[in-house]
Design a protein. Sequence first.
Length: 163
Amino acid sequence: MMLTRVNRALAVAGMAVAIVGLWTITLLVAWQVFGRYVMNDTPTWAESLTLVLVLYVALIGAAVGVRDAGHIGMESLLVLVSEPVRVKLEIVIYALVGVFGAMMLWYGGGLTAGVLSYKIPTLGISEGFHYAPLMVSGALIALFSVEHVIALGRGEVVEPAWH
């Protein structure tokens, strides 16, 4: 299915972005510590950039977790019911998660648009960079949820992008 191939590629790309972001955060924090305790001159831009990157890593990583079913589930409830009921419950769960993702996209877009003209002083970039990952993550969560609902309706399982 084309949606599965696209979503798999998006999940791999999202996880790669999150991994690079996490490594960058590690390097930036090390630079902050070096600047503060060795140079006695804390680089303020490093802290601001770290805070922005944390949002991208966490939100994009969470979206990939939805695609690869790595999120927290209600396993204890689902194992107690029959197979047809379990499938119906999973469809409802993924539909609700998809609605939540769509709301993240919609309201994240409103937040981003509302602060585009403001600048992060230490970085000189738009405050919109703080809220843009809400839109990206919301879109991915909605898209990945649709894939799960379709797969469940067909009696299939979405194979994780990361094995």
